[in-house]
Design a protein around this ligand. Sequence first.
Ligand code: ADP
Length: 541
Amino acid sequence: MRGHMMQWPLVLTHFLDRARRLHAGRIISSRQPGGVHRYTYADWAQRVDRLAGALAALGVVRGDRVGTLGWNSYRHFEAYFAIPCMGAVLHTVNVRLFAEQMVYVINHAADSVLLVDASLVPLLEKIKPQLTTVRHFVVMADAGTPIPPGYLDYEALLAEAPASTTWPALDEEEAAAICFTSGTTGHPKGVLYSHRALVLHTLGISLTDAFQLCQRDVILTIVPMFHANAWGIPFAAAMLGSGLILPGPHLLPKDLLDLIESEKCTFIAGVPTIVSALYQYTAQERRFPPAIRQLVIGGAPLPRVLLEGLRRDWQTEVVHSWGMTELSPAGTVSRIRSEMDDWSEDAKTAVRLMQGAPFPLVELRVITETGAEAPWDGATAGELEARGPWVVSEYYEDPSGQDRFSEGWFKTGDVAAIDERGYVRLVDRSKDLVKSGGEWISSVELENAIMSHPSVAEAAVIAVAHPKWTERPLACVVARPGAGGELTRESVRAFLKGKVADWWLPDDVAVVDVIPKTSVGKFDKKVLRERFKDHALPEAS
Ligand code: ADP
């Protein structure tokens, strides 16, 4: 027997209407070259209408892909809704991809129009001749900024566009957006999100037991809008009517802190490296933002020192989350449950450092090397697999990724164990594990232990070839400025003794100026592995 409820499509247009009607007065703050730009959701919604009208006038029709090359800004936020709500597909191009990857993703998605931030025009110029499908290039710049030949002016297009739009009645299964994975091997792979997936994901991340977002929050999204839909936060902000802070390319700690203070930020989302730099700056200046209610940190493992420092000095809740582009991107979130209330601080910290339990509607399992499903015992590790309404079912026109899907599950490429409460502990990315004498060493855990050394600012552990053990760990460390105390192989090993198993102790320690970062600010171990591939480990190991 079928239920008698309305067939009501789960589409982003509803969030746009909601923001316009229910939250007209809430503020969106955007750090622009000339200072902070502020306007309301009412202003925003009107410009979303105009942008859709302008794109339609340029010939964009339902199903067309429209690319963006932009930082976190209010114009980008307009594109986040105008494009999907008109039935087109928002393609947020990662501005930090290599030039040839950028050419590949734009041509592969076949973007018909590309919106580009004025500051990124020089970058685009380098690849423009190789773009085969883009009919119009539109510069997002303040009115009056000179627009180079060959480009259209975003503000002029909006000024000429009709003031209101009739939004099409969309099917919830229609594509709303596409993101590409960073492509550590081969070409980047496209993930095509449906409206339904994004709406459900938005509801999922907002839950009290998840990111706990609400109308009262003023959310700073440090995570870029060109990466994994900025974790879905722009959609959630519009749905809830939260204040939204968009920092542009200004991610230096001082710039972020100024913005946090001036906009009265209550909630921050970002990857560990950038949040860590911000935290260290606030600790050095003894200038702690007073009103931050919560930070969500994900995209890479949350270091213990960062968790403890933020909780102690900022007096704030820190929530660790795991996800990936293929999961829209949120998969798990770690929160203390009621039954843990009387646990020791140490035990709670251990929970907070885990990647956490799956969001409602997401199901996870671990498959061991023998192909069997691992018990939820917190110890048996294997490849983490996921399924659910916001998990990818195939890559966009790319058969090379087919081996990632089987029996209705998506294989994440991460190695994890799940405990009896359903909390995931990510051991490592399978390619980052150090395979020593038939056993695994988790680079993640080792890094975490090393980063609690008072003289270490950052640490990345990589595998180096070893004649006897196949691979052994090499720790690449960055010294904390002014911390004193020399960082050497001996001093780091002595510090780690008793904190990790003896056979985990890194065979060598390389002090480097910086840990190279990926396009979204994660440690780039590919670059380190290349740099240290011929590194001779000391004899004794
Ligand atoms: P990229 O390959 O550019 O990092 P994604 O953002 O999709 O692209 O990265 C997803 C991957 O990031 C995951 O598969 C996992 O390896 C890692 N990751 C994400 N969140 C966490 C986390 N909280 N802890 C550890 N690793 C994480």
